[in-house]
Design a binder for this molecule. Structure first.
Ligand code: GLC
Length: 707
């Protein structure tokens, strides 16, 4: 008899439900519901899994309690290690801007090592929710608006977190979340309902999760939200039938925080008994923090709403995950002290990731890199070390972070750098604006450090006006009125694209820094001084106005495409249709010309493919890295097709140097969900487009044919 068989045979119902329960520790607060009795629950076997414990000693102590319980089943310990554990990397939306899967994997690998060294076994990451609504604060946690990017991120993060084998001393079980379409909430409000079509699910929201499954992700977390009136925590169609049945996922499904109990609020369960039964029948194995399985399943058994087989199936999955993690073989395998060398190398990676995440959105008159001279650094985010962590900063601490001001002062020790916050991030107090603006008189260039605090994005942080909070706009007005023609550079710190068209129009240069992590200030100093060249590209469109939301490049064509010459076409009276900055936009200190797009052969059958190449020349004064995007558009198909991203690749060129970027494009990758939503290969013409962003005006185009 296997270990799992003998354990299941020996377990009481309470112990079985314990393996299906995850309770929170006190190292982080990630939900509204709190409970007491954690240690007693672990010791009695009533709690078999714990989240939010950080620190090897705490982890070891909790594990010891579990190993002293009757059946000595080891504890599973999880934490939201989303973009670093103690060493904080850029938030995922920022890191995506590097468009480098190897970097994405490397930071996850390092985060896993650091989390495992703290005794952890599991992270609730990667977050794979495609998002096109900057009002939604959790756009910060994902990889932006495009499913192709989401798939690449999923593969990289699962591989990075889980390493070569799940039972390694430095690996974490990953968790693909939040399944699914959580990023399309009504009105951009977190937790709100999503009403997406089955086609949108298959074209946009499911592909990153399928990529995570194909990469071997160990666990999946359903979203808080509902689709078409069915909460994901009770969605048998999408969990049991599609995820488990059609995609064959047999790993652990862990609910989101208290989500099972919230089925009552959703109005699909009358009480915790029905809620527990719905979740179990849908395929959820672990109840995070609702205690619904503990409180509700015994009565659900008696009412015949669930069977003991349903329960045993869930218990087996949890025990199997613990076996895969090596917890039975050596429950203390994870947990140890890392060397100073390892930590220093990790910080260097954080600096590289930050440097490659910061997008140069505008650079009129080559305002950047900065010329020698006195600097005025003004704004509430200039010396905000803690806010550089962004949302979901796990065990990261403010004192480990380098602020923009600190980074500049360290990089330019002999240069005059004057500083004033001017205003707080969110308050209405304008009393500091005059002093802030007055610094312009003593400066040759002015840096405005503006944006959101770390607490203004992430979970439960939707904003109806996703612009500059508080009185920052008033500070901008005062500084620009005092700048007297000196260069003014705005650095925007945020968890989302900010809607700031006036600011962008009025300053000379703009950097989207997102939340760059613990090495923020050093990375910014590298970019501002020209020691590094910006190469990041925005993974999400920047709206010109809130009224444009959702604005994204992959919109399906309309029968009345916008035309300024024709009133009866799809456009606004008051703003252009185009975003302020399109997907993929980002400047460098180089100047790249694109020529000679080739797609060969000119036709291919389903089993074959195309080679697409384009030549770039750096006509600029400095070396720079350029990311080239490959899009396709199926001009005529049985289903109307949007422009789709099919590849991205990076090239670094010296001034005057030319180089060729090539893509392999398999004909099979041009299939799409047909009328029955199954992958359909359809002969016909395909437009091939390549260029620096989704801006059609900057794309080279060629045509091939599928036969
Ligand atoms: C939170 C989040 C989820 C997180 C979980 C555990 O509510 O929705 O992303 O992993 O709870 O902290």
């Amino acid at each position: 008899m296997s270990r799992i068989d003998s354990l299941v045979a020996a377990m009481t119902l309470t112990e079985k439900l314990g393996q299906m329960t995850m309770a929170t520790g006190d190292s982080a607060v990630t939900g509204a519901v709190m409970r007491t009795g954690l240690d007693a629950g672990i010791a009695s076997g009533a709690i078999g899994n714990v989240l939010n414990i950080a620190g090897a000693d705490k982890a070891r102590a909790a594990q010891r309690l579990a190993l002293e319980s009757r059946l000595k089943i080891p504890l599973l310990l999880g934490l939201d290690i989303i973009h670093g554990h103690r060493t904080i990397f850029p938030i995922p939306l920022g890191e995506t801007a590097a468009f480098d899967p190897l970097l994405w994997e490397a930071t996850a690998r390092e985060a896993a090592k650091e989390g495992a060294a703290d005794g952890l076994h599991m992270t609730f990451a990667p977050m794979l929710d495609v998002a096109r609504d900057p009002r939604w604060g959790r756009i910060a946690e994902g990889s932006g608006e495009d499913p192709y990017v989401g798939q690449a991120m999923a593969r990289a993060k699962v591989k990075g977190f889980q390493g070569g084998r799940l039972d390694g001393a430095d690996t974490l079980a990953a968790c693909a979340k939040h399944y699914c379409a959580y990023g399309a909430p009504t009105a951009g409000r977190d937790y709100a309902t999503t009403d997406v079509t089955p086609r949108a699910l298959r074209e946009i929201y499911l592909p990153p999760f399928e990529a995570a499954l194909n990469a071997g992700v160990a666990t999946v977390m359903p979203a808080f939200s509902s689709i078409d009136g069915i909460p994901l925590s009770a969605h048998r169609g999408l969990l049991k039938d599609y995820l488990r049945g059609k995609l064959g996922f047999d790993g652990v499904i862990v609910s989101d925080y208290n989500a099972i109990a919230e089925l009552i609020h959703h109005g699909v369960a009358a009480d915790v008994v029905e809620a527990a039964a719905l979740a179990l029948k849908a395929g959820i194995d672990i109840d995070m923090m609702a205690n619904a399985y503990h409180d509700g399943l015994p009565a659900a058994l008696q009412r015949g709403l669930v069977t003991m087989t349903d329960i045993d199936t869930a218990v087996r999955r949890v025990l199997r995950l613990k076996e895969q993690l090596g917890l039975f073989d050596d429950p203390y395998r994870r947990g140890g002290v890392e060397s100073a060398t390892v930590l220093a190398a990790r910080r260097q990676l954080a600096r590289e990731a930050a440097t490659r995440s910061i997008v140069l959105l505008k650079n009129d008159g080559a305002a950047l890199p900065l010329a020698e001279g006195r600097l005025a650094v003004i704004g509430p985010l200039a010396d905000a070390a803690g806010d550089m962590r962004g949302c979901w900063s796990a065990a990261g601490v403010a004192s480990d972070c380098v602020s923009a001001l600190a980074g500049l002062r360290f990089a330019l020790p002999h240069q005059s750098i004057l500083y004033a916050p001017g205003v707080d991030i969110e308050s209405d107090d304008e009393s500091g604006i005059a002093a802030g603006a007055a610094l312009c008189d003593e400066a040759d260039a002015i840096l405005l450090c503006l944006g959101e605090s770390a607490a203004m994005s992430g979970e439960a942080c939707s904003r109806a006006h996703p612009g500059l909070p508080g009185k920052q706009a008033a500070l901008v007005d005062a500084v620009l009125a005092r700048a007297g023609g000196k260069k003014v550079i705005a650095i925007l710190f945020s968890g989302r694209p900010l809607v700031v068209p006036d600011l962008v129009a009025r300053v000379d240069a703009v950097l989207a820094a997102w939340a760059p992590g613990c090495e923020a200030g050093n990375a910014l100093a590298d970019l501002l001084t020209g020691r590094a060249s910006p190469s990041a590209r925005t993974p999400v469109s920047w709206p010109r106005a809130v009224g444009q939301i959702p604005v994204f490049f992959g919109e399906r064509p309309t029968g009345r495409p916008a035309s300024s010459a024709d009133h009866y076409t799809s456009k606004y009276l008051d703003v252009p249709n185009e975003p302020l900055f399109p997907f993929g936009h980002g400047l460098t200190y180089g100047d790249f010309a694109y020529t000679g797009l080739q797609a060969t052969p000119d036709r291919a059958a389903e089993a074959d493919g195309f080679t697409v190449s384009v030549t770039l020349t750096n006509q600029g004064p400095r070396a720079a890295g350029e990311t080239v995007f490959l899009f396709t558009r199926d001009k005529v198909a049985s289903i109307s097709r949007p422009m789709e991203l099919k590849g991205f690749s990076r090239i670094t060129l010296q001034p005057g140097e030319s180089g060729t970027v090539s893509f392999s494009l398999a004909a099979r990758d041009l299939r799409f969900p047909g009328p029955d939503l199954e992958p359909l290969y359809e002969p016909g013409e395909i437009e091939i487009l390549a260029g620096p962003s989704a801006d059609r005006a900057r794309l080279l185009s060629a045509t091939v044919r599928l036969v």
